[in-house]
Design a protein around this ligand. Structure first.
Ligand SMILES: [Zn+2]
Length: 477
């Protein structure tokens, strides 16, 4: 407990002298203003705050925005997967992860649960240094390591444990068969039961920073009775649901074979969709699907960078044009949310064939207010009085983003995660000058590097790398 709370008085954080973009339903810009956070909540935005301050952060020449929400990640997978298949042409209908999955599946042979906890921490450090103050995590396997990070590092998390719970069950490319194979899903319904137990145990813990949702993997990998049971449990207990939808062509084909419908139409036909659902990717959709998503109030999560690696764009423009609420996420591999916003805007312009489409403010809105709405959290994603005191302070003094004509355009088009000076959650600093407070970043990096070298060497020797990909001698970095 902090000193102010121990003394029974208000804990005050002041972010001084920045340009503050409030976000929310009607975003406003305040120039050279102080953001005052009291007991974790935004109390005021004013020109010169003169009251007491327990924590002061200088935001001169900075833009202050609401804490960013990374609306879909898989903690622990990225460090093991980056670089394995970026320049590989995918087999028909497959996704990038199908190619890297054999390495993840080999991983337990050389990576212990303790090692994986440290790799997961390294992954988390990237998400936090990448601007996220809230992370929507879709965990495979035990969530213990992740939960302890939420406790220790001070960020917010909306956590789901995926079912089916094994990497093999969501599909991997089998080189011998020359196609994507789905492994044994086991008892998927048991995954729902375990997820509900996790919800009962952890929802609202860590001073309310940790919440738990239900995470059926997708309409192709989860049996219909488990999807229906998930929806029933979610409605009875007011829990929200997160799933992959329209992720790859194989998903669409599998669902069509089962039901004769698109993934969206199928989920609608079983009463699954609604405002309590966040559907990630939404890449392979059609006009009829947009109408269903709009009618049901389903939230979509857009991930541009990962899809660009697969040589495709998702219908971000079409979703927004249809009036659908959209959040942004990095998924796996890169966790720089400023980069993700850039991709969302740029790929949106290319998809629309018009430079005037998809503005900087639209993508920033998706990464803040849109994501908060998708989570059912009107207290997140904006900096108006009463909102949670989560903010990102971005320096606007680099050769790339200064001088500033329009701060939101400078943020989205010309800034990167390297410009993030600090982030705060409930008024408490989580990241400062590129360092995640509460973590020994050098030690975590060294351990993760040693583990991944061991993994990649073993994976190469055991034929788990994608066809034509070789692990070069460790480059010393
Ligand atoms: Zn995913």
């Amino acid at each position: 407990m902090n000193t102010a709370a121990q003394a029974g008085r208000t804990q005050t954080t002041v972010i001084r002298g920045g340009t503050i973009w409030t976000g929310g339903a009607t975003p406003r810009l305040h120039h050279q203003a102080d953001l005052v956070i009291e007991d974790g909540r935004v109390a005021a935005i004013e020109p010169h705050y003169r009251g007491h301050a327990d924590i002061e952060l200088d935001a001169q020449d900075c833009l202050v925005i609401p804490g960013l929400i990374n609306a879909h990640v898989h903690p622990g997978t990225s460090p093991r997967s980056r670089g394995l298949a970026e320049d590989v042409s995918l087999p028909k209908g497959a996704a990038y992860y199908h190619m890297t999955m054999p390495v993840q599946m080999y991983s337990p042979q050389v990576i212990s649960p303790d090692d994986l906890a440290i790799i997961t921490e390294w992954d988390c450090l990237a998400m936090l240094a990448g601007g996220a103050t809230t992370i929507v995590a879709e965990q495979f396997g035990s969530a213990d390591a992740w939960v302890s990070l939420v406790q220790r590092l001070g960020f917010r998390c909306d956590l789901g444990t995926c079912y089916p719970s094994t990497y093999a069950a969501i599909g991997y490319f089998d080189k011998e068969q020359g196609r994507v194979v789905l492994g044994d899903p086991g008892d998927v319904g048991a995954g729902l039961v375990a997820a509900l137990e996790l919800h009962d145990r952890l929802h609202g813990s860590c001073d309310g920073r940790l919440n738990v949702h239900l995470s059926p993997h997708g309409p192709d990998t989860v049996p219909e009775e488990v999807l229906r049971a998930t929806k029933r449990a979610a409605q009875e207990r007011n829990i929200h649901i997160h799933l992959h939808m329209g992720q790859h062509k194989l998903e669409r084909e599998t669902v069509a074979k089962r039901s004769g419908l698109s993934s969206v139409a199928y989920l609608d036909s079983i009463g699954f969709l609604g405002p309590d659902v966040m559907a990630t990717h939404c890449t392979y959709l059609d006009e009829g699907d947009y109408a269903i998503l709009a009618r049901t109030g389903t939230n979509c999560v857009h991930i541009g960078f990962r899809k660009a690696k697969e040589a495709i764009t998702s219908p971000f423009v079409e979703l927004l044009d249809s009036g659908i609420n959209v959040a942004l996420a990095t998924d796996s591999y890169s966790h720089d949310l400023l980069l993700e916003m850039k991709f969302a805007a740029m790929l949106g312009k290319i998809r629309a064939g018009a430079g005037g489409r998809i503005t900087a403010e639209q993508v920033l809105n998706c990464a803040t207010w849109g994501a908060a709405k998708a989570l059912g959290r009107p207290d997140l994603g904006h900096l108006e009085p009463g909102a949670q005191g989560d903010a990102v302070i971005v320096s606007m003094t680099s050769p790339f983003n200064a001088p500033v004509f329009d701060p939101i355009k400078s943020l989205v088009y010309y800034s990167t995660a390297a410009d993030i000076k600090a982030t705060v959650v409930a008024g408490r600093p989580v990241v400062q000058n590129g360092r995640v407070l509460g973590a020994d970043m050098e030690a975590v990096r060294a351990h993760t590097t040693a583990c991944c070298r061991r993994l990649w060497t073993g994976a190469a020797a055991n034929g788990a790398l994608p066809q034509g990909v070789f692990y070069p001698d460790p480059c010393g970095c």
